[in-house]
Ligand binder design. Structure first.
Ligand SMILES: Nc1ncnc2c1ncn2[C@@H]1O[C@H](COP(=O)(O)OP(=O)(O)OP(=O)(O)O)[C@@H](O)[C@H]1O
Length: 197
């Protein structure tokens, strides 16, 4: 391999990986296992927030702490792939935060929803896209019920969102790989092979 080829292959293996899929499809379950099996391979992007730092939290390590004004300016400059407001505070994932994970020699894994996926596609992050698909909507509903974390209304909202995500995933070229999470071990092997091997 020439130096240039070698560099390219290193950059290729460190491309950020975007994992998406309907709520309840099993993203957290699969990723938890991956991080446990490969504790040093992955890095997490440091989010921005407008909330105040808690004791022991360090700027740039736990979060990038910014004022609401600064945050809004970053939104206007299209610096975020995803941002949202929770209990009065803004939180967001910046393109730069994702990029800096690769520059530290780690793979950045992003567990984000459909709008985030579309936003990452518009950047030059050169990410790879994985879709975790439930075996069926019925199975998805069962898992959401089984998780015991949702109300009836929130399950319905998640199922409605799932239909939209599944329709998007059906479009040619929307993802690099679609993994049906039916049998957990099989799905995990596919995910592992795609991301790491
Ligand atoms: N292959 C599988 N077979 C059966 N149950 C599964 C499987 N994968 C995950 N589950 C279960 O389904 C539920 C939903 O999984 P999980 O919480 O990982 O979904 P998620 O995609 O991360 O959801 P959210 O986006 O809401 O965080 C959990 O209770 C989990 O234990």
């Amino acid at each position: 391999m020439t130096d240039v080829e070698q560099m390219k292959s290193v950059t290729d293996t460190l491309r950020p990986v975007v994992v998406s899929g309907p709520s309840g499809s099993g993203k957290s379950t699969l990723l938890r296992r991956l991080f446990k099996d490969y504790p040093d391979k992955f890095g997490f992007s440091v989010s921005h927030t407008t909330r105040s730092p808690r004791q022991g939290e360090e700027n740039g390590v736990h979060y990038h702490f910014v004022t609401r004004n600064e945050f809004v300016n970053l939104i206007n400059q299209n610096k975020f792939v995803e941002h949202a407001e929770f209990s009065g505070n803004l939180y967001g994932t910046s393109i730069e935060a994702i990029r800096s994970v690769s520059s530290l020699g780690k793979i950045c894994i992003l567990d984000i929803e459909l709008n985030g996926v579309k936003a990452v596609k518009k950047t030059d992050l050169n990410a790879r896209f994985v879709f975790i698909k439930p075996p069926s909507l019925e199975a998805l509903e069962k898992r959401l019920l089984g998780r015991n974390t949702e109300t009836k209304e929130s399950i319905q909202a998640r199922l409605n969102a799932a239909k939209e995500e599944l329709a998007y995933a059906d479009q040619e070229g929307s993802h690099d790989i679609i993994i049906v999470n039916d049998d957990l071990d099989t799905a995990y092997e596919r995910l592992k092979n795609f991301i790491v091997e």
